[in-house]
Design a protein around this ligand. Structure first.
Ligand code: TXA
Ligand code: MG
Length: 311
């Protein structure tokens, strides 16, 4: 049996399957099967109040589960398939299991732009609920190995390369009159405003009810993290950017050429590596050089500030 057929078979039987997307790896289950979705929450140790994103192959299919007004349709037409999740009103009587939306009357929907994910969506004719394939609260996975590190071989995982984008999708709430970015990502607020002419607000406060997963403490490595470091302190692992050269005991550079897209793609992998090295060498702190807050740098800084929030 091919890996794809094995994945389809497992989903149908109510089991979970990990798969690559262009943002991060997802841990998927059939979004119409309550018990299958429960397995995601249990495996990740995810609080049940934190809703999941459903993954579909097209806008046409998305409209079987969510109500798309003209604005939401325009966003989907422009950015799907791609790293944008739309929060829209849940279509009444849709077959989505209630634990997917954590009881909300809205649903987050995404259409990934990744060959393996697309193939899975196209062949499985029901939506796949999938959060990032990491233990809740830890750094998201951008490599198949990260999924194995979290769940061992007990979770079947479709193979893929390192995720190109490397940060979770931008989430935009289209369920009310105001468009609000709930989670910044590769597709930026400025880009959406420029390309659509819509006015888009940025959510500035942490932990609001409509995005429970946006809690301040998130994406945290085990090692304490210091952002915007201008020099290394004694006994630190350092993550540099561009020409900044913090000299720690161990050093990485997110992008030596100062490219924000490259830094985004490397971020979670390097945070994991830095964390492992720190833990193995009894190092208590990692320092990250300043990352410009423009373009995808906004999302990088968002993830770093959540990772730093544990301190
Ligand atoms: O790139 C991604 O979006 C990845 C890949 C696997 O698709 N998925 C992902 O899922 O990042 P997760 O569960 O790690 O993050 C989903 C976020 C959570 O913060 C959750 O609270 C929010 O989406 N969310 C889900 N449904 C929502 C809703 N109805 N309203 C507001 N926020 C919602
Ligand atoms: Mg996540």
């Amino acid at each position: 049996m091919s890996d794809l057929n094995k994945a389809l078979d497992l989903l149908k039987k109510g089991e979970v399957v990990a798969f690559p997307t262009e943002t991060v790896y997802g841990l998927g289950a059939d979004a119409t099967q309550f018990n299958a979705v429960e397995k995601i929450f249990a495996l990740k140790n995810r609080p049940s109040f934190n809703p999941l994103i459903i993954h579909v192959a097209s806008l046409e299919i998305a409209q079987c589960y969510g109500v798309f007004n003209e604005v939401a349709k325009k966003l989907a037409c422009l950015y799907w398939p791609g790293p944008l999740t739309l929060v829209v009103p849940l279509l009444p009587d849709s077959k989505i299991a209630s634990n997917v939306t954590a009881g909300l009357d809205t649903i987050a929907i995404r259409c990934p732009n990744h060959g393996v994910a697309q193939e899975l969506m196209r062949h499985y004719n029901l939506p796949i609920a999938a959060p990032s394939a990491n233990i809740s609260g830890y750094v998201s996975p951008t490599k198949q190995q990260h999924v194995v590190d979290a769940f061992g071989v007990s979770v079947f995982s479709l193979a893929g390369d390192q995720s190109d984008v490397g940060l979770e999708s931008t989430i935009i709430d289209c369920s009310s009159d105001d468009l609000v970015i709930l989670r910044p990502g590769f597709i930026t607020r400025e880009q959406i405003e420029e390309q659509t002419g819509f006015c888009v607000k940025e959510k500035t406060t942490f932990g609001a009810i409509n995005a429970p997963g946006q809690l301040k403490q998130h994406y945290s490595p085990s090692t304490k993290l210091r952002m915007n470091a201008l020099c290394a302190e004694a006994n630190e692992v350092c993550l540099n950017f561009g020409e900044t050269t913090l000299e720690g005991v161990f050093n990485f550079n997110l992008s030596a050429s100062g490219c924000l897209k490259e830094a985004a793609a490397n971020l979670f992998d390097y945070l994991r590596l830095a964390d492992q090295i720190a833990q193995a060498n009894n190092i208590r702190s990692m320092a990250v050089a300043p990352i410009p807050k423009k373009g995808v740098g906004v999302a990088i800084n968002d993830r770093l500030s959540r990772a730093a929030a544990q301190n």
